[in-house]
Design a protein around this ligand. Sequence first.
Ligand code: MRU
Length: 346
Amino acid sequence: MELAPLIPLDGAIAVIDQTRLPFARTTRTLANLEACALAIETMVVRGAPLIGATAAFGVAIAMRHDTSNDALEAALTRLGRTRPTAVNLHWALARMATKLRPLTPDLRSAAAWREALAVHAEDIAANRALGEYGRSLLARHAEGLDRPLRVMTHCNAGALATCGWGTALAPIYLAHQAGLSIEVWVSETRPRNQGLLTAWELSEGGVPHTLIADNAAGLLMRQGLVDVVITGADRIAANGDTANKVGTYLKALAAREHGVPFYIAAPTSTIDAASPDGDAIPIESRSDDEICVLHGIDGAGEAAQVRMFNGPCANPAFDVTPAALIAGILTERGRFDAARITEALA
Ligand code: MRU
């Protein structure tokens, strides 16, 4: 899987602008702290692990310009306020802080860059490793089938959401590459349509897939057309309750009703041992415009917007799936029961 949503440059990073996909593949260069923070806030980069890596580079880029204590604390604070739910952001910032705070300023610039590179490389390796566990799991679910294995996913937990491979999509890519016959139900993921990113990625990777409206998921499970559901995660609490893109919980409920196993795939950087359960996870509330304004491309290839509604809206961007609905959590250290997920940190 060669899709690289973040490429480290010299004192900057190049990122794929995910607000323009799937209509246009454009790259942006982020060369200062504010550009990194804005890219996270506006979802030019998105997905928990990629948000974390961008934040790590945001600190490292800031340190290229000013290595003072004040500059370090300002970078950590600015980046820490960008998005609340994905714990990988706070994990990455804590890691940068732990590395850099004890150092004298003259040592910080090089050390910060090394640490951000390590965050980036480790994420790719973790996703590849959890993908291998997931590939075996999917192969087991495919045993005895005389048709393709049908896997449903939600949001985009692919390479675009990470530094490479993805989380929920890593097992799918590896299974497909190993020759397993597989078809993916891609739910569109209103209101930001991250499902279109998943469909785009799977198309680039040659993996058979079908886009569905979010609300079609229950019907498909009832009709016996889904063998496995697998999604990513933005934060996994100590008891295994898992926050992911809004709509995940409804899929888990439908999966339980219809006897379809529901898995989470996430690197251990997504586990938040400090949140005892799902109620402790902060849920991001985003702009009403994400629900009320439809975005597209007009006939001349220009960005076009249509406002559908002017009344009151609520836009929680994530929901929490209770551990009891999760058949297992795939991490780079193997598959864990949701209720015992903290063992993955041991
Ligand atoms: O709001 P987003 O697009 O950043 O949300 C992303 C998700 O919810 C993903 O499913 C999650 O981060 C897992 S990504 C590997």
